[in-house]
Design a protein around this ligand. Structure first.
Ligand SMILES: Nc1ncnc2c1ncn2[C@@H]1O[C@H](COP(=O)(O)OP(=O)(O)OP(=O)(O)O)[C@@H](O)[C@H]1O
Ligand SMILES: [Mg+2]
Length: 259
């Protein structure tokens, strides 16, 4: 049984239901990528997996228990989330913000240990933001800031890492650099889940791909098996051809010329 799964969940906000009776297991040790149109429920699902949104029905199961019964801090030591957008506290420096990722590991009597500092340094190094350690987050560019948020999620050092559009705002080289970093985390044993909009990045990096539409899982499996013109048409309403990526052999989606 997977460590993290949605078991017949209904997800939504006040009057808006986003998904009904949705079940999805996050396979342990895989690099899962979730794709789907704007508004289909990807962020909502990730927030429920991170215990930030309580299902209206059904349950999110973490290590065999309803996540709602796991104390928040305990859950945050096992599941980390990089949200789609966040606002940094005014004037906070990069190293202090990344340090907040250590909060779930700290107690009233044990804060800022050598272990915490080492985790923060390692996270900043892996995301290439060490040079900004003492700089205020609000003085960084959008892309630099995005990498700082990723560093904060990494500093949390959770076995399961959820990333909601981690590569938005990044130039192409930094997108690939971060995706390579996530692939390395996966190789080192982490369970990684990322929401991506670039289907070609998704097909290249995912070991397990989930395509969502209107709160429903339309397809899941290996990218080579599920990325077809039919799926792209069904999920995105986009006529496309799918060829082999000349570099990796994974599916490469090319929208049909419409004009
Ligand atoms: N806080 C909220 N309150 C009310 N409705 C919300 C809230 N957040 C999202 N929604 C609605 O829930 C639906 C799913 O939103 P969600 O953010 O999960 O989509 P998404 O798949 O992540 O989209 P995107 O690709 O644009 O990030 C949308 O219709 C959205 O308007
Ligand atoms: Mg989203």
């Amino acid at each position: 049984m997977a460590r993290l799964q949605a078991d017949h969940v209904t997800l939504g906000y006040d009057r808006r239901t986003v998904a009904t009776n949705l079940s999805l297991a996050i396979p342990d040790g895989e690099f899962t990528v979730i794709v789907g149109p704007n508004g289909c429920g990807k962020s909502t699902l990730l927030r429920s997996f991170a215990r930030l949104l309580k299902p209206e029905a059904g349950r999110i199961v973490l290590d065999g228990k309803a996540i709602s019964s796991v104390p928040a801090k305990e859950a945050a030591r096992r599941v980390g989330l990089l949200p789609q957008s966040s606002t940094a506290p005014d004037g906070i420096t990069v190293s202090d913000l990344v340090g907040r990722g250590r909060y779930p590991h700290q107690t009233l009597f044990r804060q800022g240990s050598a272990g915490d500092r080492a985790a923060v340094d390692r996270a900043m190094e892996r995301t290439g933001v060490s040079e900004f350690a003492g700089v205020r987050v609000d003085e960084l560019s959008g892309g630099q800031r995005q990498r700082v948020w990723v560093a904060m999620a990494l500093a949390q050092e959770t076995p399961i890492l959820l990333l909601d559009e981690p590569t938005t705002f990044l130039d192409i080289a930094h997108q690939i650099e971060l995706l390579d970093l996530f692939a390395r985390l996966h190789e080192e044993g982490s369970t990684v889940v990322a929401v991506l909009h670039d289907l070609n990045h998704a097909a290249r990096y995912a070991t397990h791909l989930v395509a969502m539409k209107d709160g429903v899982v339309a397809a899941s499996g290996s990218p080579r098996d599920i990325v077809t013109p039919r799926l792209v048409e069904e999920v995105f309403g986009l006529p496309a051809v799918v060829i082999d990526d000349p570099e990796t052999g994974t599916p490469l989606v090319i929208p049909r010329a419409t004009r």
